[in-house]
Every structure is written in C-alpha cells, then in structure tokens.
Design a protein around this ligand. Structure first.
Ligand code: SF4
Length: 391
C-alpha cells in the first residue's frame, strides 16, 4: 500500500481541483492511502514540520508519490513555490506535476524546479469519478460529457491540453445523486454526437431531483438551431452561457440569444474575450460586441485574455493600452457586481456611451478620475502620517 499526497497550490480557484479528486479515486481503488490538501501556503498539519522535529522525521519518508496540480499560467509563482517546498520536505517521494499550466509551460517548470511535468490528461485517473469526500459541503457534481473541442481557436488552451475531441460515454458515473446540481466543464458540448442522448440522460437525472445543470464553459452559438434549443429547454440549464469572442460568432450569437429567449431562457450570459492577439480585437469591436448583447437583454461577462505561454501573465495587445484595460476593470468593479455587465440599457449607455469612440473616451475618464482619487488619498495618508510625527 502506498501513501499518496495530493496538493493544490495556494492560488485562488472558485472550484475544487477536479484532477486531484479523480486521482484520489484512482489511488483509493488501488488500495492506497490518500490525503488531499490545499497549500495555504502550506497545510497547517504540514507546517508542524517547522515546529516539531519528531513529527517531521515521522512524515519525511511517509509519502511515496506527491501529485501537485496547476491551473493558469499567471499563477505560476504559486505552483513553483509549492513544488520547491514539497521536493525539499519530502526528498524521497516521487513528485508528479500536472494540470493546465504544467501542460502549457513544461519547460518553465523544468527550468525552475527540475521537474518534468505530465502533459495533458492523466489516462488512469481520467476515467475515474471525482472523489467528493474531500469536499463534503460541495453542493454540485462536476463532469465532462466530452473532452477537447473540434475548433482550434488560437487563443485557447484546450487544443494543447486535450488535443482530441472525444465523447465521454461514462460521465453519469461522475454524478453524486445526493447533490441537486451538475456543473459540466465541457468545451463544446453542442458539437457532441451524443448531444441528444445526453439530454435524455439529464432528463432522467432531473426526475430523481437533480434540478439544475450548468455548462460553465459556454455553448457554441454557431451550433445553435431550433431543434437543439428545444431539447435544451427540457433540461434546466441555468445560467445559459454563450460566448462572443470574435467575429466568427457575429450573427450567430444574436440568433442564439433570441432563440433561447423564445424558448423561455431568461438567465443568459455571454463571455466576451478582449485584449487578445486577434487583429480584430480592438476596444471599438469590444464595444460593438457588448452593445449587441446588451441590446438583446443578456448579461455580458468580459474575459481578459492572458498570454497562454507566458508565466508572468502580463499581456497587453497593441490594440489596447494599460489605461483602457485598467479602466475597464474599474468600471466593472464600480458599476457592476461579479464582473458582469447587467441588463439595464440606460446604465450601459451612461457607463460606456453610444459607440466605440465614446466608449474609449468614457474609459479614459474613469482612468483619470481613479488617478485623481488615488493621489488625493495618498496625499491625505501622508498628511495623517505626518500628524503622528513627534516634532
Ligand atoms: S470553441 Fe471555445 S473551447 Fe473550442 S477552441 Fe474555440 S475557444 Fe476553445
């Protein structure tokens, strides 16, 4: 029997680490002992090392394999720090590093830590259901009906992590029927040849009390048609997520929103990528896209592009600039909640104007206003500080 430690680095992640949860099931099925921890920066139980030499001596040789996961490249520092820490504390364990970041920038990790990462999905674990026992309060199941995506958008990491589009027939095994919701992380469910079959399976789950379904990566608006939306309306997808990332979706997105509304979907949100390497991705074209969505009464979720292969995550397209990017972020923080542009048409026009030029102008105004407030604040802070200086 082996002792396995699964570690999620200290980066922020709204979801639990699915890959580690699957590895947990995989190893438990082999009869191994498994422990899963969030490194915050290091688990309190492991921090005993620092204080308790006897405890550390006991644990030092305890683990046979340590798996460390990774997510986005801009979180690289957390992952590097975690890898270094565990290599140092458990020199005898075999350290395995995987996940999206490990797939995108393996050379960087090798250079910083000496570790050869695992690239792509881990075959043995991939077919195992997640081990939900590590997250007893999680109120949803997580699954994929497919892996990969038949499209190959240049700004997307999916093709690298899951290069082949394939159906995952056994996804119902991932579902914990005591939870009322399923979140699917599919990249392109509508492209699946199993789409109709999956809808029927979801309707059966609905009958036993699983009443909410979310495809949180969005559905491909170019594949929408009346038959599909009729089927989708039979399962309670909430919210219905779409994307308007580039001009290949123009025309389709508007029709998809209208069709969805016709079939009763009220909660529709649309991801809108900006600051990408696409030559059409200008602030004016961003305005055009968010305006189209707002006119139709759907919600917009702007998503800032981060360079896929850059560990520091700093990327500014030559069509955008620092001020515009900062001001867009501020506008989402000041005027909206959860980074989402909500439906009110009047508010939208007040905040972002009536066209692309006004949009840029308004953003520069927001930027300047924020700068003025900050300099006033720092002046008054230094005044407060000087009040405390004993003459
Ligand atoms: S359609 Fe979506 S998931 Fe597929 S490659 Fe393009 S961005 Fe990625």
């Amino acid at each position: 029997m082996k002792n396995i430690l699964l570690v999620e680095p200290a980066y922020k992640n709204p979801y639990p680490p699915l890959g580690l949860m699957k590895i947990s099931t995989w190893h438990k099925r082999k009869g191994n002992n498994v422990q899963l921890i969030k490194d915050t920066p290091h688990s309190p139980s492991l921090d005993l090392f620092e204080e308790n030499e006897i405890c550390y001596k006991k644990l030092k040789n305890h683990y046979d394999i340590i798996y460390i996961t990774s997510l986005f490249t801009y979180q690289a520092q957390f992952v590097i720090e975690t890898i270094r820490y565990y290599i140092d504390k458990f020199p005898k364990a075999r350290t395995r590093v995987g996940g999206i970041m490990a797939t995108l920038i393996p050379e960087y990790i090798k250079e910083k830590t000496g570790i050869e990462t695992h690239v792509g999905l881990l075959r043995g674990a991939e077919n195992c259901p997640p081990d939900y026992s590590w997250y007893p309060n999680l109120n949803y199941s997580i699954s994929f009906t497919t892996r990969g995506c038949p499209r190959n958008c240049p700004f997307c990491a999916v093709g690298k992590h899951e290069p082949i589009f394939k159906v995952k027939e056994n996804w119902p095994e991932d579902i914990d029927i005591t939870k009322r919701k399923i979140i699917f992380w599919d990249n392109n469910w509508l492209a699946s040849p199993n789409f109709e079959k999956d809808v029927k399976r979801l309707m059966k789950f609905r009958k036993i009390g699983i009443t909410q379904v979310d495809f949180n990566q969005g559905l491909d608006c170019r594949l929408f048609d009346e038959d599909k939306i009729k089927l989708l309306s039979q399962i309670k997808i909430k919210p219905l997520r779409l994307a308007f990332d580039n001009c290949s979706e123009d025309g389709y997105i508007q029709k998809a929103i209208q069709l969805s509304q016709k079939y009763g979907f009220k909660d529709i949100s649309v991801y809108v990528l900006y600051n990408s390497e696409d030559k059409n991705d200008t602030p004016e074209y961003f305005y055009y896209r968010i305006n189209e969505i707002n006119k139709l009464g759907a919600l917009t979720y702007p998503m800032r592009y981060r360079a896929l292969y850059n560990a520091n995550g700093q990327y500014i397209s030559d069509k955008w600039d620092k001020k515009l990017l900062r001001a867009l972020k501020l506008s989402l923080m000041f005027y909206y909640t959860k980074g989402m542009i909500t439906k009110s048409r009047d508010a939208f026009k007040k905040i972002y104007g009536n066209n692309g030029n006004e949009f840029k102008h308004k953003l520069y105004e927001i930027y300047e206003k924020d700068k003025r407030i900050n300099s006033r604040l720092s002046r008054s802070n230094s005044r407060i500080k000087s009040d405390f200086v004993v003459p």
